[in-house]
Write a protein that binds this ligand. Structure first.
Ligand code: HEM
Ligand code: HEM
Length: 150
């Protein structure tokens, strides 16, 4: 069960990355082209946010059931790259990224005009994406060779 959740969490990274990238490209092009903000633009942002929330739920399920939460603050764990990464760094930075991504959708929804709707998606999703890219345990990172590409 846990292995399945971890595979799902690892594979969903690509859904998050693709949706984020699409949303950002469409938001910037909509802004510069003066396009009106349509239903598709709203839905793309909503699905991006839902993908983030799914990762949040799956991530915390792994975090608590695989024992990462209990390593927090342990000097031994904090001295180890991989143990510190999952018990502290990945959890904190991804939580921030999910919050910023949620803001991208929510603030865009509340904006009064189309340009502001695009702009809020563009800005918040971009910041969130940079944090996500930096916080994924890519297999080329030293120590993370055991983590795959999906
Ligand atoms: C956009 C959000 C996130 C993305 C893209 C992401 C991505 C990933 C990836 C690619 C892996 C490696 C999977 C593998 O190859 O086995 C992973 C593992 C993991 N992530 Fe996330 N993650 C996100 C959010 C979170 C959050 C919010 C938490 C909460 C604590 C979390 C906790 C974990 C844990 C515990 C593991 C498993 C490490 C292990 O037991 O070996 N993730 N994540
Ligand atoms: C730990 C779990 C979760 C937390 C803390 C969380 C948090 C939030 C928050 C704070 C909002 C409000 C955003 C706003 O004010 O516009 C929200 C909205 C939403 N969340 Fe989550 N969420 C979680 C899990 C999920 C899951 C698992 C899904 C679906 C797969 C999901 C789907 C949604 C949807 C559809 C909305 C409404 C979007 C809209 O404004 O139209 N969430 N969530």
């Amino acid at each position: 069960m846990l292995t399945g959740i971890q595979h799902l969490h690892g594979a969903l990274r690509w859904v998050v990355l693709i949706l984020m990238l699409l949303s950002i490209i469409k938001a910037f092009s909509g802004m510069s082209g003066g396009r009106s903000f349509g239903k598709g633009d709203y839905k793309r942002g909503l699905f991006t946010m839902i993908a983030l929330h799914l990762q949040l739920v799956l991530g915390f399920a792994l975090y608590f059931s695989k024992g990462w939460s209990s390593m927090l603050g342990s000097a031994d764990a904090m001295g180890d790259t991989v143990l510190r990464f999952f018990s502290l760094e990945h959890m904190v930075t991804m939580l921030i990224a999910v919050i910023l991504g949620t803001l991208g959708h929510s603030l865009s929804k509340r904006a009064a005009d189309d340009r502001t709707k695009f702009r809020r998606q563009a800005i918040w999703f971009s910041i969130s994406l940079v944090i996500i890219l930096a916080s994924i345990p890519w297999p080329f990172r030293p120590g993370f060779e055991a983590y795959g590409w999906w």
